[in-house]
Design a protein around this ligand. Structure first.
Ligand code: ADP
Ligand code: MG
Ligand code: MG
Length: 245
C-alpha cells in the first residue's frame, strides 16, 4: 500500500522558496531514485520529509502511513518509521555508537532486550558492514572518515529498521569496495514492507538496489519521472535536455 504521499508541497529555507508544488507517491516495496543538478532541492525535500527545523513547509501535505504528518516533529516521524541518512553526517561528542543506537531505539519505544543481546546483534551488523567492532565504543562520527560515517548511517538504518529510508548521497565519496558494502546493506534492509528514496549521482549503488522509479528535480520542481533507464540517459546527456530524453 501507500507509504508516503506528498501533495502539492512547497517549502522554503531562510525565507527562500526552494520546493515548488511537489507531488510524489511512494508505495511499500518501491525504491525511488531522486536525481538532479546540484542545488536543485533534493536534500531539501528529504529534510522536509524528516522535518528539519531549518526548512518550512509553506504549502501542501505530507502523509505517511495514512496519517498527516505535515505538522509533526522529527522524533514523532522517526517513531512512525521514517529514517534519514544525511549527506554530511554530524559528529556527536560524548555519545558512543552503541549508546546512541540504544537511546534511539528507546526513544522509538523499541525494546532491544538485554545489553548483551544488543551488543551481539550490533557486532554482527558491524561485521557485515566491515566496521571495526571497536567503533561501537567511539563517539558517533568523531574522527570517522567520510566512508566510515556513511557506513555508520547504514548501521543506524539496519538497527532502527524503519519503514521508509531517505538516503541522501549515501554513496558519495566512497571507494568501490565501500559502495558495494553499502549497497549490500541497503539490499539486506529492503523488503516488500519498506520503501527507499535515494539521492545519488552514480548508478554503481543501483546494481544491488533496483530502482523502480527515477525522479528528476530541477530548480525545486519535479520535472521528470521515469524508470531506471533514465539514469543512463542522464549520464550520457546531462540534465540540460531532460524533458526530451
Ligand atoms: P541539492 O541537495 O539538490 O544539491 P539542496 O536541497 O541542498 O540541493 O539546496 C537547494 C537550495 O536551497 C540551494 O540553493 C541551497 O543553497 C539552499 N539551501 C539548502 N539548505 C539550506 C540552508 N540550510 N540554508 C540556506 N540555504 C539552503
Ligand atoms: Mg544535497
Ligand atoms: Mg518545522
Amino acid at each position: 500500500g501507500k507509504l508516503l504521499e506528498i501533495k502539492n508541497l512547497s517549502a522554503s529555507v531562510e525565507d527562500k522558496n526552494i520546493l515548488k508544488n511537489i507531488n510524489l507517491t511512494v508505495n511499500a516495496g518501491e525504491i525511488h531514485v531522486l536525481m538532479g543538478p546540484n542545488g536543485a532541492g533534493k536534500s531539501t525535500l528529504m529534510n522536509v520529509i524528516m522535518e528539519h527545523p531549518k526548512y518550512t513547509v509553506t504549502e501542501g501535505q505530507i502523509i505517511f502511513d495514512g496519517e498527516d504528518i505535515t505538522d509533526s516533529r522529527t522524533d514523532e516521524r522517526a517513531k512512525k518509521g521514517i529514517f534519514m541518512s544525511f549527506q554530511n553526517p554530524e559528529e556527536i561528542q560524548g555519545v558512543d555508537v552503541e549508546e546512541f543506537l540504544k537511546e534511539a531505539l528507546n526513544s522509538q519505544g523499541k525494546d532491544y532486550g538485554s545489553s548483551l543481546k544488543f551488543h551481539k546483534e550490533l557486532v554482527k551488523k558491524m561485521d557485515s558492514l566491515k566496521i571495526d567492532n571497536s567503533y561501537a565504543q567511539r563517539y558517533v562520527n568523531v574522527g570517522f572518515s567520510g566512508g566510515e560515517k556513511k557506513k555508520n548511517e547504514m548501521l543506524q538504518m539496519s538497527i532502527l529498521n524503519p519503514k521508509l529510508a531517505l538516503l541522501d548521497e549515501t554513496d558519495s565519496g566512497l571507494d568501490v569496495d565501500a559502495v558495494k558494502i553499502v549497497s549490500e546493506a541497503i539490499k539486506d534492509f529492503f523488503d516488500e514492507t519498506k520503501a527507499i528514496i535515494i539521492i545519488t549521482h552514480h548508478k554503481e549503488i543501483l546494481k544491488n538496489v533496483k530502482a523502480d522509479y527515477v525522479h528528476v528535480l530541477k530548480d525545486g520542481e519535479l520535472i521528470r519521472t521515469s524508470d531506471a533507464t533514465l539514469i543512463d540517459k542522464i549520464e550520457e546527456n546531462g540534465y540540460e535536455n531532460i524533458s526530451n530524453l
